[in-house]
Design a protein around this ligand. Structure first.
Ligand code: P6P
Length: 339
């Protein structure tokens, strides 16, 4: 049996790859892992303790009903970031504004973290996989001062690390620091994340596609054309694809990372800027997709190139296997050329 590599060992072994290799990012990644183990424990108990199941009775800035587990997870990560000393501030889906930590220790933190503490939380009550998504940047404001909005509004190309935790049939942490993508599975009996998916590569093509087809008549016609292409016998496989849409972004993304596929959440006439949030959903997964050989675009541009103007801004999102994303782009361009 080959030696088991824990996440901590892996991070330390790879620390030298990181241009700022002074240990701070390593400690931050380990902090995220620890916080996620606590969230994983709570997710696994969600059906058993009514203090964390169901709606919080409040709504977040997205106008979405907050689930109690959302709030529990949000607080858990914030507590970890605020006490760890590596992070000077955060932005989270569950908080209207960004948070600049007040302590002197935190003001000397070199990083900011933008995260969705529990994406897909509407699935909690029906026991469908959910996930945490995180994006890490170096601050642009002076070390020793409070974090600023400018620290949060950086393009995705400036991310120094990104990843997700999937609370599924097992709990997995998948991340990149710009040197490939690696996946770790939580071994509950020892409480350690162990390397289970080294050097993850997204297959260039597949026979899987996923979108909420309830949007098919209100999105870009090129995307409707793509859905019809997938459902036809005139596609690259000569037979209809299979539709795979869980309704939980992290779970859909993870399947596509392993099996290949495409996830499409387009801008629509009812949500002209799209549904998914650029900073803490689209950008981190876009970094992972590109690091694994896939792509992540909107209807018009590469996601990582977008210069953010607002914390909770949204964008259309098309991500997955390179050949499939390029086919969508081809069909969108064909429709645009007809105008
Ligand atoms: P719809 C969950 O709220 C989420 O942000 C993603 O996790 C998921 O892929 C999407 O929304 C589902 O949205 O409109 O298909 O229910």
């Amino acid at each position: 049996m080959s030696k088991m590599t824990t996440l901590h060992e892996f991070i330390m072994d790879r620390q030298s790859e990181f241009q700022y290799a002074s240990g701070e990012l390593s400690r931050l990644l380990n902090d995220i892992a620890v916080a996620s183990k606590v969230v994983s424990r709570d997710v696994r108990r969600a059906g058993l303790t009514d203090d964390i199941l169901g709606a919080q009775g409040e709504t977040n800035i997205q106008g979405e009903e907050q689930q109690k587990l959302d709030v529990v997870a949000d607080r858990q990560f914030i507590k970890m970031f605020e006490s760890g000393g590596e992070v000077c501030g955060i932005a989270s889906e569950e908080n209207d504004d960004f948070m600049a930590f007040e302590s002197e220790l935190s003001k000397y933190g070199k990083y900011v973290v933008l995260f969705d503490p529990l994406d897909g939380s509407s699935n909690i009550d029906v026991n469908v996989s959910i996930g945490t998504i995180f994006s890490i940047y170096r601050r642009v404001s002076p070390v020793g001062t409070k974090a600023t909005l400018e620290d949060m509004l950086q393009p995705g190309t400036k991310q120094v690390a990104a990843g997700y935790v999937l609370y599924g049939s097992s709990t997995m942490l998948v991340y990149t620091t710009g040197h490939g993508v690696n996946g770790f599975t939580l071994e509950p009996s020892i409480g350690e994340y162990c390397l289970s998916h080294p050097n993850m590569r997204m297959p260039e093509k597949s026979r899987l596609y996923g979108m909420n087809e309830g949007n098919i008549e209100i999105c870009h016609p090129g995307i409707k054309d793509y859905a019809k292409y997938c459902q036809s016998f005139e596609n690259d496989f000569g037979a209809p694809y299979s539709g795979r849409y869980i309704g939980s972004l992290v779970a859909d993304f993870h399947r596509n990372l392993i099996k290949g596929g495409i996830y499409i959440y387009p801008a629509t006439t009812t949500s002209p800027k799209g549904k998914l949030r650029l900073l803490y959903e689209c950008n981190p997964l876009a970094m992972l997709a590109e690091q694994a050989g896939g792509l992540a675009v909107t209807e018009t541009e590469r996601v990582l190139d977008i210069v953010p103007t607002a914390l909770h801004q949204r964008c259309g999102y098309i991500t997955g296997s390179k050949n499939q994303v390029e086919k969508v782009q081809e069909l969108i361009a064909a429709r645009e050329a007809e105008k």
